[in-house]
Design a protein around this ligand. Structure first.
Ligand SMILES: Cc1cc2nc3c(=O)[nH]c(=O)nc-3n(C[C@H](O)[C@H](O)[C@H](O)COP(=O)(O)OP(=O)(O)OC[C@H]3O[C@@H](n4cnc5c(N)ncnc54)[C@H](O)[C@@H]3O)c2cc1C
Length: 434
């Protein structure tokens, strides 16, 4: 199923495939929005780099995003203040404000249907949570407004509006930026040694490496398979529906998200941990039929993102013991700004410079959060479930997904089609015999 962005964006430029051996100062693995912005920033700084992409660029999670650019990430600020204190929350806010400003500048030059919009987080039944987030934001110096009436077909208990945020067509922007970058497509890194990346048809000698593969594929370091899980959501684009004049998201992971694109309304929701299930597109279509009587579904898609233990991405050194190896992951469905934040932080770190916002995203911070127990429990369940087929990543049982006709892993979120081709990592390659 094609996302609205794939449908509405011109065919991608094709890039060469690596054949033979090359050398580079900084190797970037992964050509989604994150890898591309890292390459763009390094090119701007005059650093020698190479980006390699296993398939075609921007065909991973980036092609299924909702395309909202905001520093209002659900109810994150109250949570960060309570967990790590005011200074860390301020750092998170400043880094994401900087990201929004970078997009505003970039999008002046690149046509990508960029529009300034208000961002709104609403709650169906928890007005207190909205009030607390409003207090956190105003402590951090952000003007915001509370309301309980929104132009979306839901009765909300409370909603928080932050003005002057933005939305875009992410593929138009990413593909245009990529045009002048040093990229190899159809080049999967299958193994990484201390200074060489092994691909099917060649080796790349590097000094530094950034892993921007969505879910990091190296298991030996960093414990990402315990520190993250993946959450899958479904999207539909409707014609003959309302103009909702903004960007809306439920504070609950199970709720709906709305925005317009051209003459269409996008609705995203029915989310669940990958490997579980929901009413998927059927649920969204039932809602659309009830709310917008004459609407027609013109596009359907699904995608998933990596969720961290504390709601903050992991950006920086891959693990304490891996000098020169960097990571950007765990964007918690806020990867448009987080990809930009990653590119700003990592361009400094690979050049041996300090970055004043990096400590809040430090990947080796404490893992003592209740979500760790849930992740461990799901992994144990996946490992002891005796069914075949098994996931080649760490051996968990795969479950058949009737909605999408795929085999999905409930432990870490890898997915395969009926032929065993990998659709979503951390599994780093196809599965023989499904
Ligand atoms: C339903 C949904 C809605 C969202 N909406 C928003 C939103 O409105 N705003 C927002 O800020 N964020 C949003 N996000 C989050 C955002 O879309 C993602 O966080 C972001 O697109 C991730 O980009 P990425 O570059 O990390 O991953 P990807 O786009 O998946 O790119 C990773 C790339 O790495 C490649 N790769 C993997 N392994 C290898 C290897 N071994 N060798 C070479 N290449 C490899 C893959 O092929 C892939 O192309 C949403 C997420 C979801 C799930």
């Amino acid at each position: 199923m094609e996302s609205i962005w794939t449908k509405e964006t011109e065919e991608n430029k094709k890039y060469k495939e690596l054949k033979g051996n090359i050398e580079t100062d900084t190797l970037i693995i992964g050509g989604g929005l994150c890898g591309i912005l890292c390459a763009y920033m390094l090119q701007r700084e005059g650093v020698d780099y190479t980006l390699v992409e296993a398939n075609r660029i921007c065909e991973g999670v980036t092609s299924g995003t909702t395309g909202k650019i905001t520093y209002q990430h659900g109810l994150i600020y109250d949570k960060i203040i309570n967990t790590y204190g005011y200074d860390k929350a301020k750092m998170y806010l400043e880094a994401n404000q900087m990201a929004l400003e970078e997009y505003k500048k970039l999008c002046e030059k690149i046509p990508c249907d960029f529009e300034i919009k208000d961002s709104v987080v609403y709650s169906i039944n928890n007005p207190k949570a909205i009030e607390k987030e409003a207090m956190a934001l105003s402590r951090l110096g952000i003007n915001c407004e509370i309301t309980d009436t929104l132009p979306i077909p839901l009765k909300v208990a409370g909603a928080l509006i932050v003005k002057n945020q933005a939305q875009l067509n992410p593929l138009k922007l990413a593909r245009e930026i990529a045009r002048d970058l040093n990229i190899y497509e159809n080049t999967r890194v299958t193994e990484l040694t201390k200074n060489k990346a092994i691909t099917e048809n060649g080796e790349i000698s590097y000094k530094k490496v950034i892993v921007a593969t969505h879910f990091p594929f190296l298991n030996k370091h960093g414990g990402y398979f315990l520190k993250m899980y993946q959450h899958r959501s479904y999207g539909i684009a409707l014609k003959n529906a309302d103009n909702v004049r903004g960007m809306y998201v439920d504070e609950s992971k199970k709720g709906l998200s709305f925005r317009n694109y051209k003459d269409m309304l996008l609705i995203i929701g029915e989310g669940h941990r990958t490997g579980k299930s929901s009413s998927a597109w059927q649920g969204l279509e039932d809602f659309a039929r009830k709310s917008f009587h004459n609407s027609i579904v013109v596009s359907k898609w699904a995608t998933q993102d990596c969720m961290t233990l504390d709601g903050i991405p992991y950006i920086g050194q891959y693990s304490k013991s891996t000098e020169n190896l960097y990571v950007a992951t765990g964007f918690n469905k806020w990867g448009i700004t987080s990809s930009m934040v990653s590119s700003i932080i990592l361009k400094d770190l690979v050049q041996g410079k300090k970055n004043k916002h990096s400590s809040v995203f430090f990947p080796s911070r404490s893992i003592l959060h209740s979500q760790l127990l849930v992740n461990a429990g799901e992994s144990i369940l996946g490992l002891i479930t005796p069914t075949v087929p098994r996931c080649p990543h760490l051996g968990c049982a795969l479950k058949y997904n009737k909605q999408e006709h795929t085999w999905d892993c409930g432990c870490h979120g890898s997915r395969f089609d009926k032929e065993g081709r990998v659709l979503d990592n951390p599994a780093n390659g196809n599965k023989k015999n499904i």
